[in-house]
Design a binder for this molecule. Structure first.
Ligand SMILES: C[S@@+](CC[C@H](N)C(=O)[O-])C[C@H]1O[C@@H](n2cnc3c(N)ncnc32)[C@H](O)[C@@H]1O
Ligand code: SF4
Length: 357
C-alpha cells in the first residue's frame, strides 16, 4: 500500500487546499507559476487574492519547499551539471540531476521494482511511489539552481510506467504551468502495455510527452535476463507500440541502449538493432554502462563504443553516445544516494542530513 507521507504529496491535495480557501483558476495559476519560479509569490495581503488564501500562503510556500529539500549537491566537472540528493518530507531520498542545455532529470519512485541487472536503483527494489507534487517539487528545486530550465526528463530513479498516475499528472501540470512544451517533457521507460494504452488514449488537447524506451537488447531472452521484472512484451511489440505513439505525438522515439561489454556490444546486437529500426523515425542513445560496485558489468573500451555507434550510423540510424550526466560526481542513477545510504560515511551522513532511507 502506498505510504501517506505529506498532506501535499499529490497535486490534487494542493488544489483542494487552494479551493478550500476560495481560490479561482486564475489564483491557482498564480500560485503554481510562483512555485515553478515563473512568477513572483503574491505578497501577503495582495488585493486580488481571497483573504483566507492570502493568509495561508506562507504556510503553503513552506510546505511546498519541504517536499523535496536539497540535502546534498555535487557539481559536475563540466561546470554545468550538478547532482542533487533530495530529502523528501518522510526522510527518504531521491536523486535529481541538473543537466546541461537547461534540462533536469527527475526521479519518479524511491527505488524501482524492475530490477535491471546493471542499475543501482533496481538493486533494492521499490521503497515507495513519489506523489505528483513530489515529482514537480524536483523541478522547482532544480530551477532554484538554474531558473532557465526548459526541459524535464523523467529518467532518474524509478520506473514511470509503475507510477503512471502521478507521472502523468506531473507532465500535464508542468506543461500547463511551467512553460514546458510537449517535446521538452520526456518519459524514459522499460515499457509496458498499460503505459502505451494510457499514452494512446491521451485526449487531443493533452500534453503528450516524448518517449525514451530502454531497450538494451533486441533479443527477448537477453532483455528479460537484463530487466527481470519489466513487462513481458516482446521487443517487436514494444517498438511497434512506441512507434504508434511517436506518430500520434509527432516526436521520434529515443531508444536507450546501455552498452555492456561482452553482453550487448557486439556486431550481432548492432545488426539486430539496425534490422529492427531501419526506416523508422527513431534515434538511439548508446550509454556506456556506469559500472556499479558489486555488479559484473563492465564498460566497453571507448573504441568499441564508437564502433557500435558508427555501425548504426552507417546503416542510416541516428545515434549518439551519451555519458550519464554528472557521472563524475558520484556516478550514474542511484549511485549518489547509495554512497550516502550504504557507504562507510553513511550513518554519519544520515545523521547529519536526517535521512531515514
Ligand atoms: C535510471 S533509468 C529510469 C527510467 C526508467 N526506469 C528506464 O529504465 O528507462 C534511466 C536510464 O538509465 C539507464 N541506466 C540504469 N543504470 C545504468 C548504469 N549503471 N549505467 C548507465 N545507464 C544506466 C537505464 O537503462 C535507463 O535507460
Ligand atoms: S534502469 Fe530503470 S527500470 Fe531498470 S531498475 Fe533502473 S530505474 Fe528501474
Amino acid at each position: 500500500m502506498q505510504q501517506k507521507i505529506s498532506s501535499f504529496a499529490d497535486l490534487a491535495e494542493i488544489s483542494a487546499w487552494l479551493r478550500e480557501r476560495s481560490a479561482k483558476p486564475q489564483h491557482e495559476r498564480l500560485v503554481y507559476r510562483a512555485w515553478l519560479r515563473r512568477a513572483a509569490w503574491p505578497e501577503p495581503g495582495a488585493g486580488k487574492l481571497p483573504r483566507t488564501l492570502c493568509a495561508g500562503l506562507p504556510f503553503l510556500r513552506e510546505e511546498l519547499a519541504a517536499l523535496a529539500v536539497s540535502a546534498l549537491r555535487r557539481e559536475g566537472g563540466d561546470g554545468v551539471s550538478s547532482k542533487m540528493l533530495l530529502r523528501l518530507s518522510d526522510g527518504r531520498t531521491v536523486e535529481s540531476v541538473v543537466l546541461p542545455k537547461n534540462a533536469v532529470c527527475v526521479s519518479t519512485q524511491v527505488g524501482c521494482a524492475v530490477g535491471c541487472a546493471f542499475c543501482m536503483t533496481g538493486r533494492g527494489g521499490l521503497t515507495r511511489q513519489l506523489g505528483s507534487a513530489e515529482i514537480v517539487a524536483q523541478v522547482a528545486a532544480a530551477r532554484e539552481i538554474n531558473p532557465a530550465i526548459r526541459k524535464v526528463d523523467f529518467m532518474g530513479m524509478g520506473e514511470p510506467a509503475h507510477n503512471l498516475r502521478a507521472v502523468m499528472e506531473a507532465v500535464q501540470f508542468l506543461g500547463t504551468y511551467g512553460d514546458f512544451g510537449h517535446k521538452s517533457l520526456m518519459i524514459s521507460s522499460s515499457g509496458s502495455r498499460r503505459l502505451f494504452q494510457h499514452l494512446m488514449a491521451l485526449p487531443r488537447q493533452a500534453v503528450k510527452p516524448a518517449l525514451a524506451l530502454s531497450l538494451h537488447s533486441t533479443r527477448d531472452e537477453l532483455r528479460s535476463a537484463l530487466m527481470p521484472h519489466a513487462d513481458k512484451m516482446t521487443v517487436r511489440d514494444l517498438v511497434a507500440a512506441a512507434e504508434a505513439y511517436s506518430r500520434m505525438a509527432r516526436t521520434p522515439v529515443q531508444y536507450e541502449w546501455v552498452l555492456l561489454q561482452g553482453v550487448n556490444d557486439g556486431v550481432q546486437e548492432a545488426d539486430g538493432l539496425i534490422a529492427l529500426l531501419a526506416g523508422r523515425s527513431a534515434m538511439v542513445n548508446v550509454i556506456p554502462v556506469n559500472e556499479v560496485s558489486g555488479l559484473p558489468f563492465k564498460r566497453p573500451p571507448k573504441a568499441a563504443c564508437l564502433g557500435f555507434v558508427r555501425r548504426l550510423r552507417e546503416a542510416g540510424i541516428v545515434s549518439t553516445i551519451r555519458q550519464s550526466a554528472a557521472q563524475d560526481v558520484l556516478g550514474g542513477c542511484g549511485q549518489l544516494r547509495s554512497r550516502f545510504i550504504e557507504g562507510a560515511a553513511g550513518s554519519a551522513a544520515r545523521r547529519a542530513l536526517d535521512i531515514s532511507a
